[in-house]
Design a binder for this molecule. Structure first.
Ligand code: C5P
Length: 298
């Protein structure tokens, strides 16, 4: 029987590498990035109910629901499935937001992808896999990654052209939220200005790491310098993270969140306690994913 609703965890992502290229004619930058899913998650519930599409949200402030990416995902899904207009099914979306917003963790993108997956389950694959990816790419550069079969992938183009990478064993880690926000567009603008003034060498690129040792030596984020210069809180978070001697300690996406990964739980627990949550800072424990969470029918 077709379920009336679906409940899913919508995990966050971090970027193990992020190389930003030139600005394109459409205003976006060419990039190459290794996305890694982590278990810090929102909960997304999607039900067939009532009329129209409505979204409610609890937890972290996700802003006005009309602009919410999950709501826009549902609209795009019904359009693509030929189910909009008169007689369109009613959709209720409920978000429990735990992933900090505008932090470089892909929370809004993951909610949108979870909504697409849930709808495709509710409507039994009414939109094919290719069309679903196309909807995801239109919604945002990070959305397609969350529709990949596995939670490690290399993104090119503006992040939406994806190649799967074999997942690496799960590692424990921490996310540090330095208490400042960095808008994605602002971070790209700052990077462009810096490069116009002072071109920098491109570091070697890590594309398909076979173990965490390769990640440790190839991890790199082009935004780190500009975001740390704009926000002393980020600079401090990065230097405190590195003082805990992680395998990897870096900025995620265009910030302002930073993360670190460790060889075992004891080290991650110790680092989490040392980094603490005082002032505007918040430290959250997490773990890298080797598979996406399974949906549950309601
Ligand atoms: O695709 P998304 O909505 O996440 O992008 C937000 C903003 O970030 C874009 O409007 C653009 O200014 C910038 N961006 C970019 N190049 C990318 C991705 C995002 O310049 N590859």
């Amino acid at each position: 029987m077709t379920p009336r609703g679906v409940r899913m965890d919508a995990p966050a992502k971090v970027n193990l590498t992020l190389h930003v290229g030139a600005r394109r004619a459409d205003g976006y930058h060419e990039l190459e990035t290794l996305f890694q899913g982590v278990d810090l998650s929102d909960v997304v519930e999607v039900r067939r109910e009532g009329a129209g599409i409505e979204l409610t949200s609890t937890g972290e402030d996700a802003g006005p629901s009309e602009q919410n990416l999950a709501l826009r995902a549902a609209r795009a899904y019904l359009d693509a499935a030929g189910m909009s207009g008169d007689g369109a099914p009613g959709i209720r979306i409920r978000l429990e937001k735990q992933i900090p917003v505008a932090a470089g963790l892909g929370g809004g993108s993951s909610d949108a992808a979870a909504t697409l997956k849930a709808l495709d389950r509710l409507f039994e694959g009414a939109v094919g896999a290719g069309a679903l990816m196309a909807i995801a790419a239109r919604l945002g550069s990070d959305v397609p990654f969350f529709l990949m079969p596995l939670p490690l992938g290399l993104g090119r183009g503006r992040g939406e052209v994806l190649e799967p990478v074999d997942p690496l064993p799960a590692l424990p880690g921490v996310v540090v939220l330095p208490g400042v926000r960095m808008s994605t567009a602002e971070a790209y603008g700052a990077l462009d200005r810096l490069r116009a003034a002072r071109p920098s060498a491109t570091p070697p690129r890590l594309r398909a790491p076979r173990d965490w040792g390769e990640v440790a030596s190839g991890a790199h984020n082009d935004f780190e310098g500009v975001v740390a210069s704009a926000h002393p809180e980020v600079r401090d978070a990065l230097s405190d993270l590195r003082a805990t001697r992680p395998l990897v300690g870096m900025l995620s996406g265009s910030g302002a969140s930073c993360f670190a990964l460790y060889g075992n739980d004891n080290e991650a627990d110790g680092a989490s306690a040392a980094l603490g949550s005082e002032g505007g800072r918040r430290t959250v424990r997490m773990r890298t994913l080797t598979a996406w969470p399974e949906p549950a029918d309601l």
